[in-house]
Design a protein around this ligand. Structure first.
Ligand code: AMZ
Length: 246
């Protein structure tokens, strides 16, 4: 079980939102490069980046700091990034900068042909981000809820050759109310590709619950507020996950 620390970028700073609301941001650091190095030093084996301004704008908005983060840690661990990725040139530019995986959310829903092309052009490097409220997929920085069901969409995308799906329960994101294990497992069971859980991870009980369903196809979990507020010690949590897997 891969525990993936998140750095959500808003105006160049490392923040956490609650349920995706931009006007409810807690600033954790104005030096995201230092934060990335910290998680590397804590033993992270992958890093999750979100360009929040980019997700709302539909194009990259935190390029300078993303470039700096990749320069600092891109050689040490794979980095995945989502937010505002809508065309092949942007993907290519990010991968050239040292990014390992792109996360595509809105564009996967609005222009599935683009997702298909991206999977063909960059095999193994495209992750789909499906962010859902009550099982329905949200787009455009979660400002819009579509009438697409998560499982139906994910099943369509797995045939394109996407690497994995990151499933975020928006209602739990940043709320410290626990991971939605049931919905995550249901999705993983419906798919042949791995699912990464996101949203709500709070304490070691979440880690234990996730490890118990790893065999269903739950490959990892993104953690944000818990590691910044200290309800989880990142290194201890990854160690526990490794012990439970071993
Ligand atoms: O918190 C939010 N409002 C938010 C967020 N964290 N909105 C989008 N995102 C993330 C998704 C995914 O990783 O979880 O941005 C990525 C998708 O971006 P896009 O631009 O492809 O929909």
């Amino acid at each position: 079980m891969l525990l993936i620390p998140a750095i959500d970028l808003k105006d160049g700073q490392c923040v956490r939102l609650r349920q995706g609301a931009m006007d409810d941001a807690t600033i954790f650091s104005d030096d995201p490069v230092k934060v990335a190095a910290h998680w590397r030093d804590q033993g992270a084996r992958r890093l999750h980046l979100v360009d929040l301004n980019g997700a709302f704008a539909g194009k990259p908005k935190n390029l300078a700091v993303i470039r700096d983060i990749l320069g600092e840690v891109g050689q040490d661990m794979p980095v995945q990034l989502g937010g505002g990725i809508r065309d092949l040139d942007t993907i290519e530019a990010y991968l050239d900068m040292g990014l390992s995986y792109v996360i595509i959310g809105t564009a996967a829903v609005k222009t599935p042909g683009f997702l298909h092309d991206a999977c063909d052009a960059f095999p193994g490097q495209v992750i789909v981000g499906l962010d859902a409220k009550d099982g329905m997929v949200a787009i455009d920085g979660w400002a819009k809820i579509t009438n697409h069901n998560v499982i139906d969409l994910a099943k369509r995308f797995e045939d394109y050759g996407v690497n994995s799906v990151i499933y975020t329960d928006i209602g739990r994101d940043g709320m410290m109310t626990g991971v939605n294990i049931e919905a995550t497992v249901k999705l993983a069971q419906a798919l042949t590709i791995p699912v990464i859980a996101s949203g709500g991870l709070t304490n070691l009980d979440d880690i234990r619950a996730l490890c118990a369903v790893a065999d269903e196809g739950v490959e990892g979990a993104v953690t944000g507020r818990a590691i910044y507020e200290g309800s989880i010690d990142f290194a201890a949590a990854q160690t526990l996950a490794d012990e439970l897997a071993g």
